[in-house]
Design a binder for this molecule. Sequence first.
Ligand code: HEC
Ligand code: HEC
Length: 365
Amino acid sequence: MAVVVVAAVSVGLVGCKKATTTTPAATTTAAAPAVRITSPAAGATVPAGSVTVNIEASNFQIVPVGGTAAAGQGHVHYYLDVTIPTAAGQPAVSAAGTYKAVPATTATWDNLAPGSHTFGVQLVNNNHTPLSPPVTATVTVTVAAATTTATTTTTRPPTTTTTAATTTTTVATTTAAAPAVRITSPAAGVTVTAGSVTVNIEASNFQIVPAGGAAAAGQGHVHYYLDVTIPTAAGQPAVSAAGTYKAVPATSATWDNLAPGSHTFGVQLVNNNHTPLSPPVTAAVTVTVAAATTTTTTTTPTTTTTTTTTPGVPRRLPASHAGRDVCRVCHETPVPPAPKFPVPPRTPDHTAFTDALCKSCHLGP
Ligand code: HEC
Ligand code: HEC
């Protein structure tokens, strides 16, 4: 008996080692959707305040939330400090405030208490149910306490130096708690392709909530500006001419149909009632929008789409579309001879698809 057990164990161990290096299932995994968290890194200590979780999804197309489940597409659920719900056929949601359903590879958690936090993420179907098998990832990081480092410094020097140390502490406290904003993309000075530009920001010490209501410290929304001086008069709604600003409760906004040339994208954190913070918190970048390549127009008519049409499969773009980045302008309210894009009862419903998404389904010519 004893001999048999020992033999079984050693065979098991050898089997284990081999399985780690050469998994026969590797071929299947290549086409399967996968997700990984690119930041924050597991085990990292991050500054107090907000944490932005960035992910990378593969073999999975991120589309706006809603509709029926369709293989290979869906959106992302982000989780905070909960066990990721993966029950088949059930909406993969946890308690309010502990999950976000987002059609994007990034989501921000605000006002995190200092200490250990676990950020989860799951690729889900359009109808919020888990994929089969579920595709999830998590990282656990430590969120630093807001002012701990500065306070510790005070304990060190015993006599005269204490005064100097105390002064530093005060400054540090004020800066740590003040709302701040920076534009994460586009980078200043870059040249971007013709068409739309999406401005992405990172706000810290500031909770982004839907616009409206009375001003409340530490919360509000974001005003995005195009080619204007950012209005910062205290107590006045921080708006500019129609079409040159957007009030958005989000860290991202898209400007469509930009003329080629230099454009300045501004951003300001504002109170719920649209007034600037005190002091105002703004950022701006200037970039160059490249000229659209409309040169191909003359060569088009002959080759107009002889493509085989498979219902439900997005068509490859005709050659006339080379270099185009804006799409809705011709296909939403059709500009003849452009066909109107599908709206109910046709599927998929294109109503909410943004220009940035079109080419993720309709591959280029
Ligand atoms: C989630 C994937 C997806 C996205 C994103 C998407 N499409 Fe489509 N589109 C499709 C599919 C699938 C069809 C084909 C529907 C059918 O007829 O079977 C289609 C059809 C169309 C058609 C209709 C062609 C015809 O002959 O009727 C147009 C035009 C179109 N899309 C334009 C757009 C534009 C413009 C955008 C961006 C605003 C866009 N699509 C975004 C999947 C997508
Ligand atoms: C300037 C107007 C215009 C813009 C901008 C435009 N299209 Fe089109 N689109 C057309 C016209 C016109 C057709 C008809 C085919 C042709 O003549 O090229 C067409 C055809 C299509 C078709 C159908 C092809 C087929 O097989 O029937 C799709 C899908 C499509 N466009 C998607 C897009 C997407 C995605 C974008 C953005 C990248 C876009 N279009 C931008 C004018 C436009």
